[in-house]
Design a binder for this molecule. Structure first.
Ligand code: ADP
Ligand code: MG
Length: 507
């Protein structure tokens, strides 16, 4: 089969709404101690619309002095003042107020997200904004529901002495939160939600490629009435702002979502003062298709699993394993879907797949395609860029791959699928696990026995069956192996923002 280029022409980015145009005129500022302040750092970072490659705004590159100021504000808010004395239901109400404000501005937030990241506005409206609001509301309930235990101990002391022992959960303290560019608003909100529920404070650093929606969220946080210093937002580069934040001795915990490479650096930096660390890192998630399924229906699911958000999602189903009997049909189906996807600028209502976030990311993905070709793989769909302004890459399906190829081993973070055949269940579990990552996997089958035998064999934090990328505030999310540690969301997620104190009282 030859590579077939996408046949669609790419539309031009529609005009911005006046609300958005006005927001873009905003000066580069940082949110510190409840106020929008000028950065001490003199560096400025251009904000680029990935669909047009045009500069649309600029943000500050916060330096170590800015970081110190923000951490001090977060410390002060944590230790004393209105936040430290607030009751759980008062924090819960503030979170609801913020969620309501986000809902009121949902259209504007979706537009901003789409412009800054490149994602289709329909997706931002359907997933990013409501998802962010849902995380906030879900976590707000935990403010009043965290609890401890009492214990029947066998402690011995002077005759007649009894003991009352129990545990309490206390907020961990000042949290540095560093997030990536693929779901900017959703990431910011889901990181902040457990901070607010538990009574911690945060210094949040959005990704330098996509900081605008976090800044807008900061405005809504101020409007909602959170006390100063509870949430501080610093824009800046990873190597300046990010590195200063993880090195700061007065940060108690770091919550990071991003590349495995940077996650490892952060874990090392955190060791100096033994900060608590939770890491949500990369993935190379397998999609396993057993022979009992309808190949056409599953092809649509497999295409969605890898192409959603232009493949820029840590759980992307980027390795497809199909049982030999239906391999050709499923691969043909995925390729057909890939050619039918309407690629275009985020703000166009018809767009189904937007550009990648940046030129760097586009070049990275194209170089993987080059490497796949060089190592002898066959591209059956896509495989190139459409040759239009904007950081577009055609959705790509690759076969004839070998386990040691770079495109099979490394996370590409773009719309690229590698497909492999298998014969036996035993074999596919081993192949699926043959990766340093362990974030997620999906199994497609209605054969209950086969599915239940496969699930325990898969080394991944989430296993989906007959679906993929289903993420919910109530479900714990995180990785095995080099996909990170700690869990976000659910009870496990909120508990990551607490210390467990045991109290033993002789009575
Ligand atoms: P990508 O390479 O795909 O942009 P990264 O893991 O580099 O992914 O970025 C995720 C987040 O981590 C971003 O907010 C980025 O600024 C930040 N970051 C990058 N390098 C560092 C670092 N050395 N220390 C702290 N944060 C960093
Ligand atoms: Mg990086």
């Amino acid at each position: 089969m030859n590579a077939v280029p996408a046949s669609h022409t790419i539309a031009e980015q529609p005009a911005l709404s006046s609300a958005l145009a006005k927001f873009l005129e905003r000066k580069p500022r940082l949110l510190v101690n409840g106020e929008w302040v000028e950065a001490h750092g003199k560096g400025r970072i251009p904000v680029i619309d990935p669909a047009t490659e045009r500069r649309i705004a600029e943000i500050a590159d916060a330096d170590a002095q800015d970081v110190d100021r923000a951490v001090r504000a977060a410390r002060a808010a944590f230790e004393s003042g209105p936040w430290a004395g607030m009751l759980p239901d008062e924090r819960e109400q503030l979170m609801w107020r913020l969620a309501d404000l986000m809902e009121r501005h949902a259209g504007e937030l979706a537009e901003l997200e789409s412009l800054d990241n490149g994602k289709p506005i329909a997706m931002a409206r359907l997933i990013d904004v409501p998802g962010a609001i849902s995380h906030l509301r879900y976590m707000s309930g935990w403010a009043s529901k965290l609890d401890g235990s009492t214990f029947n101990t066998s402690l011995r002391a002077a005759p007649g002495t009894k003991f009352h022992t129990y545990t309490v959960r206390e907020p961990v303290g000042v949290v540095a939160q560093i997030i990536p560019w693929n779901f900017p608003l959703l990431m910011a909100t889901l990181k902040l939600a457990p901070v607010l529920a538990t009574g911690c404070t945060s210094v949040l650093k959005p990704a330098e490629q996509t900081s605008l929606s976090a800044l807008r969220l900061g405005e809504l946080i101020v409007e909602a009435g959170f006390p100063p210093g509870v949430v501080n937002i610093l824009t800046g580069l990873g190597e300046s702002t990010g590195a200063a934040l993880v090195a700061h001795p007065d940060v108690d915990k770091i919550a990071f979502t991003g590349s495995t490479e940077v996650g490892k650096l952060i874990n090392i930096a955190a060791t100096a003062t033994l900060k608590r660390v939770s890491l949500e890192l990369g993935g190379k998630s397998p999609v396993i298709v057993l022979p009992d399924v309808d190949p056409r229906a599953v092809a649509a699911g497999a295409a969605q699993a890898v192409f959603f958000n232009s493949g820029q999602i840590c759980v992307a189903g980027s390795r497809l394993f199909v049982q030999r009997r239906i391999f050709d049909q499923v691969v043909a189906g995925v390729s057909e879907v890939s050619r039918s996807i309407v690629m275009g600028p985020g703000l166009d209502e018809h767009t189904q797949m937007g550009p990648l976030v940046s030129q760097e990311q586009r070049d990275r993905v194209l170089s993987y395609l080059q490497s796949g070709r060089k190592q002898g793989a066959t591209i059956v769909a896509g495989g190139d860029a459409p040759g239009h302004k904007g950081y577009y890459v055609n959705p790509t399906v690759i076969v004839d791959v070998k386990p040691d190829m770079k495109i099979v081993r490394e996370e590409i973070f773009g719309p690229v699928l590698v497909a492999q055949r298998f014969d036996e269940l035993e074999e596919v579990a081993a192949w699926a696990n043959d990766t340093p990552y362990g974030l997620a996997a999906s199994i497609w089958s209605n054969d209950l026995r086969a599915v239940q035998r496969l699930v325990p064999k898969i080394k991944a934090g989430t296993v989906w069956v007959n679906c993929h990328s289903m993420i919910d505030a109530g479900m714990p999310f995180g990785g095995y192996k080099q996909s990170g540690f700690g869990r976000e969301q659910g009870r496990a997620g909120v508990e990551m923002y607490t210390e467990l104190k045991a109290v033993c009282m002789a009575i």
